[in-house]
Design a protein around this ligand. Structure first.
Ligand SMILES: Cc1ncc(C[n+]2csc(CCOP(=O)(O)OP(=O)(O)O)c2C)c(N)n1
Length: 564
């Protein structure tokens, strides 16, 4: 190990290089200036993306991590820079996204004095980070960063934050770096119990109506191929959570749909009819379960997850397997018998038919000349073969996209699941493109959510990243309006939204843009957008009062899913 004299700020950069970091999303300020000064020497080797707001930086890093399988890296200054990261930290924690956020802090002799731009970001972010720390000495920087990267990406991934005081950035030290591969009292990869996997296999082999629910954990453990093998051998139908979309090809004959509140009819009702429910890399979020006291009571439950705290947290597991999904699936595939559950799969297909027919009838009730969100998504899915990276914001358009985009490729779905953060999509799409430059990236956003982080059009302008943006403009905060219509007697309290001229706005940022109002050539317009060289913003005026169905109302059971 060579040791060389460097400043703490240079040590930050050298540590990032040792972790193979090639992209950073950030915004400078007083307390992080030494680190930005050290970054200046790396402009030709590290891509720093200058965002327009720190919330944009962290969402971009999330998008980057979700499409690239790498850890997203964020720089922000102290005080407001650091507090602007809070929403993203909470979002990344609940959605298991690996991030290393480095914040500048006031000099250590000023700590606790209410100094200019001093804020206790370590205290504030404690419950919304997987780990955080404050470094006050230059010589502690490499070890803190090594630990940060190891914790962020190992086990169940999550965001970490390293707060570095200004004097530590200026301090001089002997640089040496050792990557972490373990930490005492933290077992990133659980030791799998073969007995439990055998018990799971026995249940699956004896089942008449087994049903598999998958979550993002499949992709986080790179278990896509192992999953495919298990599913094809065992013959089980597969449904996905919102974040699991893409882990299993949606055009596969055993794929039966998207779960949860606005999920498909068949997987929701069949949850309460299966005899063995297998859940892998998912956490039984309340949006998936509806009323837990009436959830899959008839079934034996097998739950496989890398996070022990998720096992038996919401749903009692008859067999709980604390394991990495890839490892568990590879053993399970050996143990399960080769089967085909043809009649059981047919039941899902029959239920889907009911859903499609009912939704077609209710769609006719809307003015037929109005463009519907689902039409846009279906065409987009067809013309991209279900192979684009699709980034969604939060609301009706998000649920419509999850329902109608056919995700055939892994790591192609980027959305804010657990936190439901409006404003996520535009910056996340920017990061997603940096994470997967070879793939087309399409952001689908509501008129409300777009206005929460539209300043990131400036990041597109400066970085020249190629992102296609579709605003589905229904002139409402649509999802809230739908609830007001259904559960608050149509009292539309502050959900109608007047928007600026989005096309002019995009053009002000030198982004090509157009507005689409008549239905005549929707497909042609979408193809033109996709073929455009560089970023493009397409505003599509959609029906004002379209509702997303199916829907499981809050507190209802999955078997009470409503089709209208
Ligand atoms: C930061 C934030 N504030 C408020 C909400 C509550 N909320 C959920 S969906 C929604 C409406 C979204 O409207 P829009 O972006 O226009 O999308 P649409 O539902 O119309 O597709 C709101 C306000 C939220 N999820 N996130």
């Amino acid at each position: 190990m060579n040791s060389i004299k460097t400043t703490g700020a240079q040590a930050v950069m050298k540590s990032l290089v040792a972790e193979q970091v090639d992209t950073i999303f950030g915004y400078p300020g007083g307390a992080i200036m030494p680190i930005y000064d050290a970054l200046y020497d790396y402009v030709s080797t590290i891509n720093h993306v200058l965002v327009r707001h720190e919330q944009g930086a962290i969402h971009a890093a999330q998008g980057y991590a979700r499409t690239s399988k790498k850890t997203g890296v964020v720089f922000a200054t102290s005080g407001p820079g650091a507090t602007n990261l809070i929403t993203g930290l909470a979002d990344a924690l609940i959605d298991s996204t690996p991030l290393v956020c480095i914040t500048g802090q006031v000099a250590s002799h000023l700590l606790g004095s209410d100094a200019f731009q001093e804020t206790d970001v370590v205290g504030i972010s404690m419950p919304i980070t997987k780990w955080n720390c404050q470094v006050t000495k230059a010589e502690e920087i490499p070890a803190a960063i090594a630990k940060a990267f190891y914790i962020a990406r190992s086990g169940r991934p999550g965001p970490v934050l390293v707060d570095i005081t200004k004097d530590a950035q200026f301090g001089v030290m002997e640089f040496q770096y050792e990557k972490r591969t373990r930490i005492r009292s933290y077992r990133a990869k659980p030791k799998i119990s073969k007995t439990n996997v055998e018990a799971a296999a026995l249940l699956i082999n004896n089942a008449q109506k087994p049903f598999l629910l998958i979550g993002q954990g499949i992709m986080l453990s790179n278990a896509e191929k192992d999953l495919l093998r298990f599913v094809e051998k065992s013959g089980v139908p597969v449904a996905s959570t919102l974040l699991g979309l893409g882990a299993f090809p949606n055009n596969h004959p055993q794929y039966v749909g998207f779960l949860g509140m606005h999920g498909d009819y068949a997987p929701n009702i069949k949850t309460n009819e299966c005899d063995v429910l297998i859940a892998i890399g998912m956490r039984f979020d309340d949006r998936v379960t509806g009323d837990v006291s009436r959830y899959a009571k008839q079934a034996k439950v097998v739950h496989i997850d890398i996070d022990a705290s998720e096992l038996n947290k919401i749903i009692h597991a008859d067999v709980a397997v604390h394991a990495d999904a890839k490892e568990a699936l590879s053993i399970l595939s050996e143990l399960v018998q080769e089967k085909q559950h043809t009649a059981w799969l047919q039941e899902f297909k029959d239920a889907k038919k009911v859903e499609v027919e009912t939704l077609q009838v209710s769609a006719k009730e809307l003015h037929s000349e109005e463009i519907k969100m689902d039409e846009v998504i279906k065409i987009l899915s067809d013309i991209t073969n279900g192979e684009a990276v699709v980034v969604t914001d939060v609301g009706q358009h998000q649920m419509m996209t999850a329902r109608y985009y056919q995700y055939n490729k892994t790591k192609s779905n980027v959305t804010s699941g657990g936190l439901g953060t409006m404003g996520f999509a535009l910056p996340a799409a920017i990061g997603a493109k940096f994470g997967a430059p070879e793939k087309p990236v399409v952001a689908i956003i509501g008129d409300g959510g777009f206005q929460m982080t539209l300043q990131e059009l400036g990041t597109i302008l400066q970085s020249k990243v190629d992102v296609k943006i579709i605003i589905l403009n229904n002139r409402f905060l649509g999802m809230v309006r739908q609830w007001q219509q259904m559960f608050f007697e149509k009292r539309y309290s502050f959900t109608e939204m007047i928007s600026p001229d989005f096309v002019a706005l995009a053009k002000a940022y030198s982004i090509e843009a157009s507005k689409f109002e008549a239905r005549t050539d929707l497909k042609e317009t979408l193809v033109k957008m996709l073929n455009h060289k560089g970023s493009y913003l397409l505003e599509i005026m959609v029906a004002k009062e379209e509702n997303v169905f199916p829907m499981i109302p809050t507190g209802a059971s999955v078997s009470e899913v409503r089709l209208n």
